[in-house]
Design a protein around this ligand. Sequence first.
Ligand code: RIB
Length: 365
Amino acid sequence: MATLQDIARRANVSVATVSRALNQSGYVRAEVRERVLQIARELSYVPNHLARGLARRRTDLVLLLVPDVTNPFFAAVARGVEDVLAGHGLQLVVGNTDDNHYKERTYLQRALGRGVDGVIAVAASSDSPDTAHFRQLQVPLVLVDRACEEVEADLVVANNESGAYHATRHLLSLGHQRVATITGPLRLKTARDRLAGFQRAVREWRLAGGQVAVVEGDFREDGGYQAARKLLDGPVRPSAVFAANDLMALGAMAAFEEVGVAVPSGIAVAGYDDIPYAVRVRPKLTTVAQPKYEMGAAAAELLLRRLADPLLPPQRVWLEPRLVVRESSVVRSITGQVVPPPEIPAPGPVGAPDGEPRGRGRQVP
Ligand code: RIB
């Protein structure tokens, strides 16, 4: 029966490299990984799970890293992860990274020192070198919700660009000619993809730069409040705002209420995630429903498959969000007819919107 040493010898690499390639753990150049997997197949290599399990002292523990345990979005993802793992006798350890990749790295080091069988992570950052600790991981890794550059791991993501595009197009279709977005932290691919969806809709509706505002937020309620205040004081007073998550949308609604701008008659608001508060706030929040539980469950399934067969090629699960229109974006007459925004000036000059962010918390001039 072929061993790791046989593969290493034929591939002319170390046994450690072979192990990393087979376990999808740690960084291995793509061409080396492919050569190792091909040789493993040629030699009909079968991992010795029992020996591995004993050698690795399987703990039946999985670490889930999330950026903000106070955000109901991550609670729903964790629920999905736990329900699937529990069905296979595995238990969850949850680490809150506070959107901080240094804290994320420390969690990984300590958890691996104590022994976990795998890691499921909503990354604190998408960008290298912040993600280096994921590349050196010695246990299987599944990324959920946020992709990370230069990290080859199993991945579950929702279609953020499409979700943001449909939310923005909904606002524009109501007749809004001055629109703004409060983005997530732009170090996150999730936030960048949602900004891209907003900009695609704005381009399609041919809004000019003077009709578009972009303020970078932080996916937290107070960040939404602060960004909304900047929009209210800025050169482009929007009549509609798309916030890249619900917590920021709720913070923005509080800011608008504080200065007497009514939602939606004074300013329409749409969010993203569809957390439980979205239907408890008044007016109820128009938002993009993410398949939160399903994302967590799918991530756990991918990890179980990886634990059972390290030879699997990288696994991808791509889920679609869904626009949910509620009262925070649509003004209706007493007969229930949709009332367009107060002024609908002639279509603006054709031109690419200046929808590029100018740094944290600043409005695009
Ligand atoms: O609300 C937190 C946000 O960060 C969510 O939209 C989720 O997609 C995560 O990336």
